[in-house]
Ligand binder design. Sequence first.
Ligand SMILES: NC(=O)c1ccc[n+]([C@@H]2O[C@H](COP(=O)([O-])OP(=O)(O)OC[C@H]3O[C@@H](n4cnc5c(N)ncnc54)[C@H](OP(=O)(O)O)[C@@H]3O)[C@@H](O)[C@H]2O)c1
Length: 339
Amino acid sequence: MPINRQIVLDNRPQGEASVQNFRLVTSETPPLQEGQVLVRHHFLSLDPYMRGRMNDSKSYAASQPLGEVMIGGTVGEIVESRHEGYCVGDKVVGMGGWQEYSVVDANQSGVLRKVDTSRVPLSAYLGAVGMPGVTAYYGLVHILEPKAGQTVTVTAAAGAVGSAYAALAKARGCRVVGIAGGYEKCRYATQELGYDACIDYKEHRNEVRSLSQALRDACPDGIDGHFENVGGWIMDAVMLRMNAFSRMALCGLIAGYDGQPVPMANPSLILINRMRIEGFIVSEQMQVWPAALKELGELVAEGKLRPRESIAQGIEAAPEAFIGMLKGRNFGKQLVKLL
Ligand SMILES: NC(=O)c1ccc[n+]([C@@H]2O[C@H](COP(=O)([O-])OP(=O)(O)OC[C@H]3O[C@@H](n4cnc5c(N)ncnc54)[C@H](OP(=O)(O)O)[C@@H]3O)[C@@H](O)[C@H]2O)c1
């Protein structure tokens, strides 16, 4: 059986996460039992939620146990099968974790999904046609429920969720405005992702009024629906431009993932604007996944959604790439190429 290189969580972060929280180990993959398959991972997905799992605090999901392989979405190929439903060569998406191979009990429902790579690249099943894409879909379609002609906004606009959000919002006839960090990301957002405008929050240096003014220019009719990924002063600036009866999908608060406080400066705006703010966890909304994946798959297959990917090489590069993604060094979906 092949040697498997794995990244385990070695210790929990005190404040900022660092590469020292992880450890590379090797083990031999065990022989397959009846009903199991061996998957060779081609790509590992690095996602912000993993930062929360590194803590040992109250959350919607259990903590990552120390000394065990880090949790994570993977796409790969069956290289050995003792399950009649899977053949060698089948391409699959699963939760294989930060390692080169995984042994999967294929009888368990939902642990592996076969995917068709004839029109959609394999890696896209971890991004636009995977969990991040469905996240954008759920927040936009089921919480914001925009009508054609309305203005919708999103933070972390050039990332994995943000890029799918732009395509889905444009398909619904919305004006879509992003907020992202840096000139290059904003240019990419408008030129390649379809945003009508994108604001570089770094130009506004923590000044809520200044960012809010830029939003006023980009959203002359105000904001009808906002998809929040960041929190803090950027969300405060957005709140100032929200319309009466607007909606906010609270998807992430990445500005606070290392333990920083993310206060809301002006909650009275919720009342004044009769806003509806709704948090959600995409893995609890499985009923929308089939419709979401169908639409997202079509958008990618037709070339209407071809977001960039940041690809780190080799399992040993995963910790550094993960920390970089939390700091915004990624451009689009952050992946690790394992084959
Ligand atoms: N609720 C759910 O079920 C669910 C599911 C998936 C994802 N999420 C959330 O969705 C958000 C986006 O996830 P993603 O996978 O698409 O990641 P991503 O946007 O590809 O990468 C994270 C981005 O966050 C931005 N960022 C980091 N720290 C920031 C800060 N202090 N201020 C402003 N921006 C900051 C960076 O972009 P810039 O360079 O533009 O700053 C970075 O590239 C995250 O908050 C994540 O936790 C939630």
